[in-house]
Write a protein that binds this ligand. Structure first.
Ligand code: F1P
Length: 307
């Protein structure tokens, strides 16, 4: 059986090879508000963490929050992220934020979509459009393109090897043994964990959790069994290594993504975030296949939610 999701993960290096065609940049003089729903919100969350760490002013809200509430942080520029350009909350958020006087920039994979009609400026990445319901390669590209607006990094050169290693290592995991997936990480890695949990939930309908690593001992660890797979996006701290020892001591399996983990990722001071998504997306795809589900069109989901 042929699945688009796999093609869309495997074409990530080709997408990243186009990054130098874009020269979006953030300014330290401006206040940014990132807005999106689902995976697109998670891009905003990861961006907000890395922007703040590098001295930029940024906040993040879901499209739903902007649509429903008036406590919206004072900002100069709103960046509205939506792959399909059609999520109602994000489109209505663009309208509301532009009425409040913010400059609106839409980031989408869909030409002539509703978001492009609503925003003052648009970055349309139609070559990242996907056939599958779930965002994979488009997520990685949008995140890398936005991060290049802070600091330029060469993602392409690392991506092929990470994809190859991810497939090799995940193909050798006995995935049928695991029915509980726990994603752990700090700061931008917390956002990556949130997105990882969403992938396993959307594509493979698994029971998922995400936490900051040291928070895991404060309650959630009670649910750990030998059917748990813990995915740690690590910054290489000794406290994270000790946590993994505890987790493995309790009989669960750990998959560490770090400079010296099971899947090796370069240290780019957080800017490696797009590369960390590759193993996680592939894990979601493989678990869906192992469960006998179609990863291209998961149960109860549509490509964008229209209210
Ligand atoms: C956002 C989104 C997707 C999700 C789901 C519904 O879409 O939440 O991330 O997988 O199928 O829509 P978009 O606004 O980025 O097009």
């Amino acid at each position: 059986m042929h699945y688009y999701t796999l093609d869309e993960i495997r074409r990530i290096p080709n997408l990243l090879n186009k990054l130098n065609e874009f020269d979006f940049s953030f300014s330290k003089e401006k206040k940014y508000l990132l807005v999106g729903c689902g995976s697109s919100y998670n891009i905003g969350f990861i961006m907000k963490e890395i922007l703040n760490k590098n001295g930029y002013k940024a906040k993040v809200l879901t499209g739903g929050h902007v649509m429903l509430f008036d406590n919206i942080p004072d900002s100069d520029v709103a960046i509205l992220i939506t792959r399909t350009g059609e999520s109602t909350e994000t489109v209505l958020a663009a309208k509301k934020l532009s009425q409040k006087g913010m400059k609106t920039i839409g980031i989408t994979s869909s030409k002539n979509s509703s978001i492009t009609q609503q925003c003052e400026e648009n970055i349309t990445l139609d070559f990242t459009a996907e056939k599958s319901v779930v965002m994979t390669g488009s997520f990685v590209f949008i995140l890398a393109m936005l991060l290049n607006g802070i600091e330029k990094n060469d993602y392409y050169n690392f991506s092929e090897k990470i994809l190859e290693d991810s497939e090799k290592i995940i193909d050798h995991l006995a995935l049928e043994k695991y029915e509980h997936f726990v994603f752990l990480g700090y700061d931008e890695n917390y956002g990556i964990s949130k997105e990882g949990a969403l992938k396993l939930q959307e594509m493979a309908l698994q029971y998922v959790e995400y936490h900051e690593p040291l928070e895991y001992r404060h309650g959630p660890i009670s649910r750990l069994t030998n059917k748990t797979l813990v995915i740690l996006n690590s910054k290489g701290m000794k406290e994270e290594k000790e946590l993994i020892d505890d987790i493995e001591g309790l009989g669960a399996k750990a998959l560490v993504i770090s400079t010296d983990g099971h899947i090796k990722i370069p240290d780019m001071k957080g800017f490696e975030a797009p590369l960390r998504l590759i193993p996680i997306q592939y894990l979601g795809y493989k678990k869906a296949i192992q469960m006998g589900y179609n990863p291209d069109s998961p149960k109860n989901l549509s490509k964008s939610v229209k209210l």
